[in-house]
Design a protein around this ligand. Structure first.
Ligand code: PEP
Ligand code: MN
Length: 344
């Protein structure tokens, strides 16, 4: 619920509303705006009796947020959220931010070579998993802490920002020491203990849609992060499970304009996991940008045939450079531009 204060409401009147909300057993989130202050009421899972608040001095209007998610909704906040990264990079504004790199960090030479290649092609963020959530317990699980150290080295060498996945609450602080963006993967989209812990980390979060999650469920998972006080959240469409094994997943690009309507949070797209097929990644990256995605997550490997995970969907550095050329052209047509790496 939102309590809209009159233009010129005094600090004392706003404070009275905040205290009344707290006495009712909820939390109050005052949001000063250009025209007037709005006080958000959080902590309710249903309709709240607003009569006590409606009569308070300075209250202009009470708005009931109709969606089950509150703070992530456009009803709650009409302006788009801009996620701010070190070096001045932003996600959610005019720029399209491309994050690229291998599925997993495998060795120093692999990650440094990939980092240089994707940077030269114009990616702004290096991706790479140090901790990998794998379907099989016998599959490569990632280099762990060593992988994080290699990512740190790659950032020092190239200046690229780092996005890397965190798979358990206990590891959040360790991963956040290296990551500029904490990735919560599809398999963990509803790991609520992890979401709560990541929501308390003071780092931007990339939240990927679960393989069988509805848009409402994705937004409710994002709500966990905002409820813990972290609004620096980027959503990611990475395909959902379909009935046809012709592609790894079904790339639900409608999610992009849908999320832009329902939420103020930015959404990027991952055509690598969505298709699972190297030669389908570039056309679907073009489509994602055309659909309005605020960025792309692309798997790139210097020798995809030797990759320890997701080689079949990884682009070579040359293919990635061509993808960037094509995506820049599409961005221009829709009045956007691909963000340059920091320091360029
Ligand atoms: C990944 O980005 O490598 C990954 C594991 O993706 P997802 O969580 O979307 O499967
Ligand atoms: Mn992968």
């Amino acid at each position: 619920m939102l309590i809209v204060m009159r233009h010129g409401a005094t600090a004392g009147q706003i404070d009275t509303v905040v205290r009344a909300i707290e006495e009712m057993g909820y939390q109050a989130r005052p949001m000063p705006g250009k025209q007037r202050t709005t006080v958000g009421l959080v902590g309710n899972d249903g309709k709240v009796d607003a009569s006590r608040l409606a009569g308070l001095d300075g209250v202009l209007d009470i708005i009931h947020v109709s969606q089950p998610y509150k703070q992530v909704s456009r009803e709650w906040k009409s302006e788009s959220t801009i996620v701010r990264l070190p070096g001045g990079l932003t996600i959610g504004g005019e720029d399209i931010v491309v994050m690229a790199g291998p599925c997993s960090v495998e060795s120093e030479s692999q990650i440094i070579e990939t980092a240089r290649a994707v940077r030269d092609a114009g990616a702004a963020v290096l991706r790479g998993g140090a901790f990998k959530p794998r379907t099989s317990p016998y599959a490569f699980q990632g280099l762990g802490k060593k992988g994080l150290e290699l990512l740190k080295k790659a950032r020092e060498e190239t200046g690229l920002l780092i996005v890397t996945e965190v798979i358990e609450p206990e590891a959040v602080d360790m991963v956040a020491e290296v990551a500029d963006i904490l990735q919560v993967g599809a398999r963990n989209m509803q790991n609520f203990a992890l979401l709560k812990r990541v929501g308390r980390a003071k780092k931007p979060v990339l939240l990927k849609r679960g393989i069988a999650a509805t848009i409402t469920e994705l937004l409710l998972s994002a709500e966990y992060l905002l409820a813990e006080g972290n609004d620096q959240v980027v959503l990611c469409e990475r395909g959902v499970r379909g009935f046809d094994p012709a592609t790894r997943n079904v790339f639900d690009l409608t999610a992009v304009p849908l999320v832009h309507n329902l939420s103020h949070l930015p959404i990027i797209a991952d055509p690598s996991h969505a298709t699972g097929l190297r030669d389908k990644v570039t056309p679907m990256a073009r489509a994602a940008v055309a659909a309005g995605a605020d960025g792309l997550l692309i798997e790139v490997h210097p020798h995809p045939e030797k990759a320890l995970s997701d080689g079949a969907q990884s682009l070579t550095p040359e293919q990635f450079a061509e993808l960037m050329r094509q995506v820049r052209a599409i961005a221009e047509v829709i009045g956007r531009r691909v963000a340059e790496p920091a320091g360029v």
